[in-house]
Design a protein around this ligand. Structure first.
Ligand code: ADP
Length: 290
């Protein structure tokens, strides 16, 4: 549905995303995770088309619609809550008989679900605080029912009941979803795939957040074990070469081990952003300098 190919973006020569490639399929529910500043919002903005990549591209299928809820809200004009949300219907150019009544019923459910009361419907949008205006934008976005929903921290301004409502809404919704949220329970309940951004790279797991954390840890441990075994083997081979390199009777074996090392595919451990941890990981493999 949406294909991200070799996408890179840098700000002032600092790479934020570095050659990333992935697909968004219909009904995918993707949690986008990573540390603060990792590039989550940047990737959403690129997907929404409000940011241009340094290189690579994003291709979208045909007349695919994308709805983006940014973290920071834009202006509000002079409309009331009801008028503002109804504008979604007016812009849809539908000729469906009874469509308006259906829209209004759905609109009421959505606005109430997001915590408004009926008496709020005719209040001007400008009277609402930033958090409530964000709910209005969220209501409009959900009612537009785009093929792909991009939500950046949608629970930030919601109370527990509205979070629960949004959770149920998203679970029953057929749009593909890319979600950034610090709320782990919300991520677990709504998403089924996790894409982690770390130091410009992405790691894509077919699992919700909590399971992703376990899988990532297991993968890391496996990599470290494989890496350490290989390092041990390299060390032993180097020692052998060093010991026998001037011994004529071992010349053939020494040559064969040198070749073996040359041909060896060096294992690596996925880079991790440990900038706020004091853990240390194995150093980069030595280049064979013999
Ligand atoms: P996240 O959403 O994961 O916290 P962001 O995508 O907001 O990360 O930011 C990624 C990095 O890019 C941050 O270091 C941020 O300061 C930087 N950045 C974001 N937007 C801009 C911009 N318009 N100009 C320069 N740097 C930016």
């Amino acid at each position: 549905m949406v294909s991200v190919e070799h996408l890179s973006i840098e700000y002032s020569s600092r790479p934020i995303l570095d050659d990333i490639t992935f697909l968004i399929n219909p009904r995918d529910r993707i949690a986008l995770v990573g540390k603060n500043g990792a590039g989550k919002t940047t990737l959403l903005r690129l997907l929404a088309g409000v940011e241009t990549p340094t290189s690579g591209r994003i291709s979208k299928m045909g007349d695919l619609t994308i709805g983006y809820l940014p973290q920071v809200m834009m202006h509000v004009d002079g409309k009331t809550l009801r008028e503002d949300v109804m504008s979604v219907y007016s812009s849809q150019l539908t000729t469906d008989i009874g469509g308006e009544a259906r829209f209004i019923a759905e609109m009421d459910r959505t606005i109430i679900g997001l915590g408004f009361e009926r008496k709020d419907f005719d209040r001007p949008c400008s009277e609402f605080s930033g958090g409530w205006r964000m709910r209005i934008e969220l209501a409009k976005l959900l009612l537009k029912d785009p093929d792909v929903l991009l939500l950046d921290e949608p629970t930030n301004h919601l109370d527990i009941e509205s979070i629960q409502w949004l959770e149920d809404f998203l679970k029953n919704n057929s749009s593909a979803l890319v979600l950034v949220s610090h709320d782990r329970a919300f991520l677990d309940n709504v998403t089924t795939r996790t894409i982690e951004i770390t130091l410009g790279r992405i790691y894509d797991y077919n699992a919700p957040y909590s399971q992703f954390k376990i899988l990532r840890q297991e993968r890391h441990e496996q990599q470290v074990r494989a890496y350490q075994n290989q390092q041990k083997m390299i060390q032993e081979t180097e020692d052998f070469i060093e010991r026998f390199r001037y011994k004529a009777t071992k010349a053939v074996q020494v040559q064969s081990r040198i070749k073996q090392l040359e041909k060896l595919e060096r294992l690596e451990v996925d880079i991790e952003d440990n900038s706020r941890l004091s853990l240390r990981f194995p150093p980069a493999p030595r280049s064979g300098d013999f």
